[in-house]
Unconditional design. Structure first.
Length: 194
């Protein structure tokens, strides 16, 4: 080891070469940056006389305005008011039954399996693990004029709070209501039985 002294420490000459090399690299990098900045830097401003000759208006260049900090520190505003609910068109009208499904006695000659349930279908618009978000969605739907309720269900040891809208006699009328709700509120809906 020619570059080390007797005790194993680097020699003064070796340290000097390393320092000189680092200073040379840093100096050349700095010089290249200055050269590049001057060569490709911002264009030189065109003099006012040259602009007048070219027919341009004399206006100082506009500096970009940075509004990030102002947007972050601005006071919060109230959300926009809800959009008014349009009344349904007569051809899209859907019969909404009461919360408790009504029963119709079976017709003569029908099976004795039991009465037919009116409002056997509903539209589910959400399922939550906690009650407060389900109640909030229900309140929003009630304010918009929809017949919404929250049903608690237990499956696989978990409690779910399902937000449902309406009671419909057929799956087709429930699908029409689900499509309308999905378009109005941007909700993920699907038809289910009550």
């Amino acid at each position: 080891m020619a570059g080390r002294s007797a005790r194993g420490a680097p020699s003064r000459a070796g340290t000097a070469f390393v320092v000189i090399g680092l200073v040379t690299i840093l100096g050349s990098t700095f010089g290249a940056g200055v050269y590049t900045g001057r060569r490709w830097g911002p264009p030189t401003p065109v003099k006012a006389e040259a602009r007048k000759e070219a027919g341009e208006r004399t206006r100082p260049p506009a500096a970009p305005t940075l509004t990030f900090y102002q947007e972050l520190t601005a006071p919060l505003t109230a959300p926009p008011p809800p959009k008014p609910v349009k009344p349904p068109k007569p051809e899209d009208a859907v019969v909404i039954a009461s919360r408790r499904p009504a029963t119709v006695p079976p017709a003569a000659g029908a099976s004795a399996a039991g009465p037919t349930v009116l409002g056997a279908y509903t539209v589910q618009v959400g399922a939550y693990r906690a009650r407060p978000p389900a109640d909030a969605l229900r309140a929003t739907l009630l304010a918009a004029g929809h017949d919404a309720d929250v049903v608690e269900s237990h499956a696989s040891g978990e409690t779910r709070y399902r937000v449902r809208v309406g009671a419909f006699p057929t799956a087709e009328t429930a699908r029409v209501a689900a499509a309308r709700l999905s378009a109005e509120r941007s909700l993920s809906t699907f038809v289910t039985t009550r």
